[in-house]
Ligand binder design. Structure first.
Ligand code: SF4
Ligand code: SF4
Length: 205
């Protein structure tokens, strides 16, 4: 089984026969690779390691609910409310995600092109807040203020780096954190009629 989609084959949602000479090829990540996966891991994981150290220094058993929620959120909930709107999710030949974030998460839900609903956005942000606030509160209660400062600073740096290098080129325009410029979105839509149609329909409702 391939670890990533064939970079020479257009997305399932894409109308083109080839990615050669595509005008969004260098602007949107339609395909992922090991380099992009590592880039995401290097940016995201330290934050969770720092948070985990803070929790375990107070009480290692308290790591369990955090890890359980982490797996449920990034393995199931976030996939339903956010990733199921992503063109990458639509690939019929994969049963798990092969992108940079959430690599390996199962695709249990159906592909739902178009924007996220208000409820989905609420669930998406609520999950992120719980994951960040849990170690923050424990570090506050246990007066680990230096570690808490490092945690908060690193979380801010991680968000900044993701915004700079990932969210500006992510094909999931439904994500509230997506920051692909409008002209690039329009170009991508012009190649991906399934996605374009779903967004147009939602605007009419
Ligand atoms: S929009 Fe289509 S043709 Fe262009 S890079 Fe993405 S998958 Fe390939
Ligand atoms: S939204 Fe991001 S994490 Fe989810 S499937 Fe798309 S590229 Fe992967």
């Amino acid at each position: 089984m391939k670890m990533f989609l064939d970079k020479n084959k257009p997305l399932h949602t894409c109308d083109e026969k080839s990615c050669d000479h595509c005008d969004v090829k260098e602007l949107v990540y339609c395909h992922f690779n090991m380099k992009l996966l590592f880039q995401f891991i290097i940016v995201a994981i330290p934050c969770f390691i720092i948070g985990g150290i803070g929790v375990s220094r107070f009480n290692p058993w308290l790591l369990i609910p955090w890890i359980v929620f982490f797996v449920l959120y990034f393995g199931l909930i976030e996939i339903r409310v956010m990733c199921s709107h992503c063109p990458h999710y639509a690939e019929p030949e994969t049963k798990t995600l092969t992108c940079w974030a959430n690599y390996g998460s199962p695709k249990l839900w159906k592909y739902r092109p178009g924007p996220m609903s208000l409820t989905e956005k609420f669930v998406f942000f609520s999950g992120l807040v719980i994951i960040i606030m849990y170690p923050s509160l424990i570090m506050t209660i246990s007066e680990q203020f230096i570690l808490l400062t490092v945690f908060v600073l690193y979380a801010m740096i991680a968000v900044f780096l993701m915004h700079l290098f990932m969210c500006r080129r992510c094909m999931n325009f439904a994500c509230p954190l997506n920051s692909v410029p409008k002209d690039v979105k329009d170009k991508f839509m012009s190649h991906n009629s399934i996605v374009c149609h779903a967004w147009n329909q939602s605007e009419k409702q």
